[in-house]
Design a protein around this ligand. Sequence first.
Ligand code: BGC
Length: 383
Amino acid sequence: MTDTAASDADSAIGRLAAHSIALITDLQTPEGAYPASPTFSAYVGYSWLRDGAFIADAASAAGRIDSASRFFAWCADVIARRADKIRWIVAETQAGRTPAAEHMLPARFTFAGEDGTDEWWDFQLDGYGTWLWALVQHLDRHGLDGDAYREAVALTIEYLLASWERPCYDWWEEHAQHVHVSTLACIVAGFDAVARVRLVDEGLTERVRAESIAIRRLIGGRGISDGHLIKWLGSTAVDGSLAAAIAPLGVTDARSDVGRRTIDVLESHLTVDGGTHRYLGDTFYGGGQWPLLTCFLGLAHLAAGDRDRAEELLDWAAGTANAALDLPEQVAGHLIAPGMRQEWIDRWGTVATPLLWSHAMFLRLGLALGRIDEADLTDGVDR
Ligand code: BGC
């Protein structure tokens, strides 16, 4: 790239970064929730723990301490309000009467912290691990005290200790009959984070450490095929979400054989011209490429030491913004199942745009690469 082209690219990245953080903070609700997408039919009015935890992590990395803290306080409230239900789930599970999926905690909540009233593929465990991981990152990053979160953290840990071995819906709210490796990675990342900073009492910390070893053994055994992480236990395929296990979650070392091989396979099986698909066989909106997954893969490359590839992936993701600088959930430049696209448009309308999680992952990778300057995002802001 010439110097002029490089500086044009950087000012485009800067404008998109400013828009991204403004969207995230402006759309955060008074309760502290982050909407998944303000306009998309099936998502309106809901905040997901998964999306929200990664959005809060990006807000935290961008120096927006208050915004991230307000989201974590919202999570803590949502969970503390379900204390009785969590104790019931744990007791029933321990008594050998594992509750059916519809009695487990949901993946998404209304902004007021209620369960949704629409049918949804709700039993997903990953977000419960991810919010713990993101919370501890945030406390560490800004030297904050975690006391206010102790009750909700302990409840979340009890819930996950009782449930982590169960099959549940994955990041894409699909394939409920399987145990998903990226879900396990989110849970173990949360366990390790909480144990490291001793956010729960000694007895619980010991149980968390023991289960963390068990989960890591499972991932390192049945979670690997042909030398790389796999979509679910027993599968041979990959899923774009596995990049997160490498970075930012750091469950699989980026420079290990498994880390490197997983990145290679995510590139060769799922990444076309710089944009990453969810998985082979995806039909949602025709199975396009997801900017947020492209950024997760960029973070994995960066952790493995391939800065150039991480930069290319950031630029690809930035290039998916529309004229209003909004980033979509996915783009249609390369589709796995083109014949399925219209069916989803007829059902739910055009692809979710803006998707806050896409903006978050763009920010997170841009900040990690130093292509986005935290000072530019916090200038004049009361944090
Ligand atoms: C995706 C989920 C996401 C949700 C809200 C769904 O289509 O599969 O991963 O949490 O949208 O963004």
